[in-house]
Design a protein around this ligand. Structure first.
Ligand SMILES: Cc1cc2nc3c(=O)[nH]c(=O)nc-3n(C[C@H](O)[C@H](O)[C@H](O)COP(=O)(O)O)c2cc1C
Length: 188
C-alpha cells in the first residue's frame, strides 16, 4: 500500500492548520488507492537544527532526529499543509524539513496552503526546497484564502471547487508516489 503523510506545518496555539489538516485527511481517507496519516509537528518537537553533520550524510545523532527520520521514511509521498508566515512557510516546518535528506528523496509532494492570499507565496518557497530534496512536487495546489474559505478568518468552510482541487492534488500525489517507487528501491 502506498502511504502518504499529511504534514501539519503549524504548531502555534489557536492554529488554523489543524482544521485544514483534518479536512485534507477526511477527504483523503475516502480513497482506497493509498493510506493517509496526519503527522503533527507538535508530536515531533525538534529543536532548532542541532545535528553536527549535514543531513545528506545520513548520520543522525539525536534521538529526536532518529524518531523523525523513522516517521518520514515510512511514507511514499506527502501533502504539506502550510500556513503563510511573512510570505514564506512556517519556521517550524522549514526546520523539520531541514533535519532530514534521504527520507524525502524520490517522493511526491503536494501542497495545501492557507493565508491572506491562500498561502501562495509559502508554497512557491516550498517548491524550491522540494527541488533540493529531490522531491517531485505536483502541479495541483489547494490555496485556501482566509477571506473566502474561512468564517471570521478562523472556521474553515471550503468551497466545493477546493474539494475538487484537493481530489486532483491527491490523484497526482498518489500517482507520482507510486511512479517513483523503483527509484526509492534502487536507492535503498
Ligand atoms: C508570524 C505570522 C506571519 C504571518 N504572515 C502572513 C503573511 O505574510 N501573509 C499572509 O497572507 N498571512 C500571514 N499571516 C497570517 C496567517 O497566514 C494566518 O494567521 C494563518 O492562520 C496562520 O496559520 P496557523 O493559524 O495554522 O498558524 C501571518 C501569521 C503569523 C502568525
Amino acid at each position: 500500500m502506498t502511504e502518504i503523510g499529511i504534514i501539519l506545518g503549524s504548531t502555534r496555539p489557536n492554529r488554523n492548520g489543524e482544521q485544514v489538516a483534518k479536512w485534507v485527511y477526511d477527504i483523503a481517507s475516502r480513497r482506497s488507492d493509498a493510506g493517509f496519516e496526519v503527522v503533527d509537528l507538535r508530536d515531533y518537537p525538534l529543536p532548532h537544527l542541532d545535528e553536527p553533520l549535514p543531513p545528506s550524510m545520513g548520520q543522525y545523532q539525536g534521538e529526536h532526529t532518529k524518531k523523525w527520520a523513522e516517521k518520514i521514511a515510512s511514507f511514499d509521498g506527502f501533502v504539506f499543509v502550510t500556513p503563510e508566515y511573512n510570505h514564506s512557510t512556517s519556521g517550524v516546518l522549514k526546520n523539520a524539513i531541514d533535519y532530514l535528506y534521504t527520507e524525502w528523496n524520490n517522493k511526491a509532494a503536494g501542497f495545501v496552503s492557507y493565508g491572506g492570499v491562500g498561502g501562495a507565496r509559502a508554497v512557491e518557497h516550498l517548491r524550491l526546497v522540494a527541488g533540493e530534496l529531490q522531491m517531485a512536487d505536483v502541479r495541483q495546489q489547494v490555496a485556501l484564502s482566509l477571506m473566502t474559505e474561512f468564517e471570521n478568518f478562523s472556521v474553515l468552510k471550503p468551497g466545493e471547487y477546493n474539494v475538487r482541487a484537493l481530489d486532483t492534488l491527491l490523484d497526482q500525489v498518489v500517482a507520482w508516489s507510486q511512479a517513483l517507487a523503483p527509484l526509492r528501491t534502487a536507492a535503498a
